[in-house]
Design a protein around this ligand. Structure first.
Ligand code: SUD
Ligand code: ADP
Length: 303
């Protein structure tokens, strides 16, 4: 059986909404990166006739309550991803007993469900083929990923990238400076469509060009990010006002170089040069806001 997979949290460092398609989906330009923290998906063979999914971890309850239907895990993106994989490859997938350790808050702008779906595609492929996917097979997995959600292809890559289109066009960055991130969520689930619906403008200016030198150091990256935005921040604040308090707390954290909301919220992040500073601020914030979800993690370099 394939080894357990880390379904890393996705963070939109910058997110510009530049248009809207006729089908209502928005055109985005985003710089995304991934924290070395996330859900963990594991699988064992099972004698049962179908896949079985067990949820555990701090957000298992929230997910079970959020997922519709009598079978509380039936709508889970993990099982939908395995179904889509088997259909696309036309190959029987051996029934799997899956365990999802749900460590990322649900509906929180850091793509936990999308990362789980991407991990399920990788794990399912390995269980089906007995090996890792080749380049052509990865391209097919990315296509399947795009049918599961706009964020799933970027989570399949799980490496810093510029994304465009509706989010499914993923250009991995050739280099990226390592640093640390502090994630904070006030405990409010936010529905992505409701945030998009509250946008006042859908024709915002695009990202400024990203030069290789902007990725050479952490300072240079922060400098570039200072000229960018998250266009979903204002509509999300209207929907969930407590996000303002999270942003304010992160902005004044000693050592925080940039504080912003990720995706459609409500999770916000601050960037730090090193993990020690991020962990120190995580402890401080946890003392002051025991009801918030707070997590520090490294963001790996791409050399
Ligand atoms: C906003 C972002 C930014 O990365 O992240 P999250 O806040 O979800 O983490 C994504 O675009 C979310 O991606 P994902 O959550 O996979 O979206 P989907 O399941 O495909 O779509 C959910 C809903 O979001 C809206 N949507 C999503 C993507 C997009 N480009 N335009 C949209 O308008 C649509 O209302 C759609 O019905
Ligand atoms: N494995 C999963 N983890 C999280 N959410 C899931 C999962 N499977 C299905 N969902 C559904 O997808 C929705 C979006 O979840 P999530 O990816 O956590 O949002 P976001 O991208 O905003 O962080 C949830 O409301 C939930 O009902």
């Amino acid at each position: 059986m394939p080894a357990p997979l880390l379904a890393r949290a996705k963070i939109n460092y910058a997110l510009h909404v530049t248009g809207r398609r006729a089908d209502g989906y928005h055109l985005l330009q985003s710089l995304v990166a991934f924290a070395e923290f996330g859900d963990v998906l594991s699988a064992e063979p099972t004698a049962g006739a179908d896949h079985a999914l067990t949820l555990k971890g701090p957000f298992a309850g929230a997910l079970a309550a959020d997922t519709a239907g009598d079978n509380k895990t039936g709508d889970n993106l993990v099982l939908r991803a395995l179904d889509a994989l088997a259909r696309a490859f036309g190959t029987a997938l051996p029934p799997l007993a899956l365990t999802l350790d749900k460590r990322l808050p649900v509906a929180s702008g850091i793509g936990g469900g999308s990362a789980d779906a991407a991990a399920a595609l990788r794990l399912g492929f390995a269980a089906m083929a007995g090996r890792e996917p080749g380049e052509d097979e990865m391209a097919r997995l990315a296509e399947i990923a795009g049918t599961l959600g706009a964020d799933v292809p970027m989570c399949l890559a799980s490496t810093p990238a510029l994304v465009s289109g509706t989010g499914t066009e993923v250009a991995s960055l050739p280099r990226f400076p390592g640093h640390a991130i502090l994630l904070a969520n006030p405990g409010l689930p936010v529905a992505t469509p409701e945030v998009f619906a509250r946008l006042e403008r859908r024709d915002n200016p695009p990202l400024s060009p990203l030069a290789d030198s902007d990725l050479a150091t952490f300072d240079a990256l922060v400098g570039w990010l200072e000229g960018t935005r998250n266009d979903l921040e204002t509509p999300a604040l209207r929907l969930a006002p407590p996000i303002a308090e999270v942003l304010a707390a992160l902005r004044v954290a000693p050592g925080a170089r940039l504080a912003r909301m990720s995706g459609s919220g409500a999770t916000c992040f601050a960037l730090f040069a090193g993990i020690e500073e991020a962990e120190r601020e995580a402890r401080r914030l946890t003392d002051r806001h025991p009801g918030w979800w707070i997590q520090a993690a490294p963001v790996a370099a791409v050399a």
